[in-house]
Structure formats: C-alpha cells, structure tokens
Design a protein around this ligand. Sequence first.
Ligand SMILES: [Zn+2]
Length: 412
Amino acid sequence: MRLLVNDSQSYHVEWLVTSEQSQSDVTVRFSDGLVLSIEPGRTADSVELGPVAMVEGLVNAHTHLEFSSLPKPIPTTGRFTDWIRNVVKYRRENPELTSAAISAGIEESWQSGTTIVGEIATVGWSAADYAKSGFKGIVFQEVLGLSSERIQQQTELARSHVTGNRIDSRGISPHAPYSTHLDLVRQSVEIAIQTNCPLAMHLAETKAELELLGTGTGEFREMLIDFGIWNDTRFQTPLKPMDYLEVLARAPRSLIIHGNYLDDTELKFLASQPQMTLVYCPRTHFAFGHSEHPWRRLIELGGPVAIGTDSRASNPDLSLFAELQFLAARHPDVSHLALLKLGSSHGRRALGFETDSSSKTLADFTLIRLADSSQGRPQLELFGPANQSCGTMINGRWVWLAPDLANQVLNP
Ligand SMILES: [Zn+2]
C-alpha cells in the first residue's frame, strides 16, 4: 500500500462536484490536507487529470470488513436465517482471517473510491488492523445477547470500547432485535449519551423479524431454539420496530441499518429525528429479494438516507460507487447529484464527520472517469454504467489512483 504525497499540488478536472456546487473546467489546489482554492480553467502548474469528475468523497455508511476475504457472497436466496446460520459458521471456522480481511476490505474500499467507512467489528480484531491501513471511519463494536448475564457482559464490552484508548473513532452497534435484548439497546444508548458516540443497529430487515417481535413465532424462533438461547418468556410482549426507534432516538446520533420493512408511521418518526439516519444497502436488499425499499418515501418525508454496501457475505464487492450506479440505473428519474448526496454528505453526517461552516473540511474526494463526457451534465452522468472510480483522496492525500493517473501525478 502506497501513499502518494501531493502536498501543495493542483489538479485540473472536467468537473468538480460537491453537495454545494457543481463546476466545470476548474483547477483545484490543495494544501495541508485542505482545499486551498478553486480556479477557473487550467493553471500552468496544475496536473491534468483528463475527463474526470472530482466529487465529494464517497462514504460507505455500513459494512462488516471481517468478511472481506469471501470470494463470493454466502447464498442469499434461501431463508434469511439459513444465511445467518452460514455467516455464524463461517465466522466460527475462519477466526484467523479477521485481520487480513479488514486490511483487504480497507484496500478494496479505497480502490473503489470510498473515503469514509461505517464499520461493524465483532471479535478477533485489533486496533492495528485499522491503524496500519490508514482507515478513516467509525469502528462500531457489535454487542448482542438476550440473557441478563450476557446483557451485563456486553454492556461492559461496549463501555470499554468507547472509553478505552484502543481506537480513535468509535461507536456501538447493538446487533438486531432478534439477537439483542431491548435492555441491551437501552444500555448502549446510555453509554452513547455519556460518551457522545454514535450507534448503529440493524432494524426491520426481514418480515420474519417482524413476526418474531409481534408473535414470538417463525424462523427466528427455530433458530434461537437451535442456538440454545430461546426462552419462552422472551418475545412474549409484542414489540414493533418503533419500540427500538424510540429508544435509539435518545442517542446523540444513530444509524438505522436496512429498515426494509419500516411502516409509514415509523418512517414519519424517523423523518422527525434529524439525529437519526436510515442506511439503505441497495444490492444487498436486492439479493435477498425484499419488498421495495422505502428510501424514496423517507426522502419525500424529509428524512436523511445514507448508503452502505453491507459486507461481502451478502454483496459481491465493497464498492459504494457500484451501489450508486445500481440506483442510477433503476431510478432514472433521480438526479445523480441527489444520489451523490446519499453516498457522500449524508453518510459523512451520520457518522459524525461533518464540520461546521466556520472550520474548513479536510479534503476527501473521489475521482470518477467519465466514459462519455460530451453531454456535460453531471446530474445525468456521474453514475453512468460505463463510468469508473479512478482515484481516492483522504485528508488531501491520494490513497489510491488508477495507474495512468498515478503516473500523471508523479510525473506531471
Ligand atoms: Zn450489516
């Protein structure tokens, strides 16, 4: 892995696109990790990057890097709990792969244009896995459990993760309603309030989850019995995703992962809570064959939506850029500039990487090579099927460039 030093360099690009502006034919100058200036046309000392758009850095708001060594997804076409059982089996059989998978996942993220990652970590990881790779993002420690002993032990794990010195950017992830007692979610929220850290929780992912919460029956009940953690008093009181949303709303910020089956009342509640963000994982959602995702309804209601890839256990790769291309192809009436916001500023804000307007934002950018730039309309073109991500800049430094651009930058 190589960091290309580019202090005080300037680049000429066909388009510069951020949440606030879209400009063509400009030179962007960087210094000390910040954008120093944007000038019209090509300045004499700039490096020519050719037909590319430099866009606000893509943010993958949800993944699990521990599965990044999987060459292909675990089959998603059967019952959801079959997939969960296979994920648990894979994790149990391959504990030695975790560190290498995290490094590979960070490298793959960079090589597809991703700058910031919302990462869920379980067991077997070390701070060095992230530090040595130059990771930028939040490491959410996953906690889960249904028994009172387990709730106590996992609460301690959450507390030591966010108050310890192991890693800088940290959060807590109560896993999901079928694996995590509502009391453990409450404890996680208390710690989040005390330490001002973000939370991420999988919620309303499947119809089977709603069935378990509502009536204590279905495939999740079978799975919990097989895992030896079923208890007849558990899931006796009917619950809904709203019960979890109301608890999570107390945290300084929370990411609601998937939300595939949130109803309209729950979406309206989410829209009224600016500290909460729904994270939609388009290709994973598609792979499981779920009903249509409510992301457009939430946007209509004024609520924030960010985008995630989820992990290689359910997705062929970790490319957030490919998620946006997938959405662009299926929703031709949505502007690519609007899609860019979901894939950049919304994720950045959800994870707590936004800065206020009085301070300068460290430069995180993604380069997109435009296959056909003749139309000159980024709102229609950014995520066209033939475009490719070709560079990733984090804090004003290139962490990855396609070989021809690396050559341009090193030998201007
Ligand atoms: Zn997930």
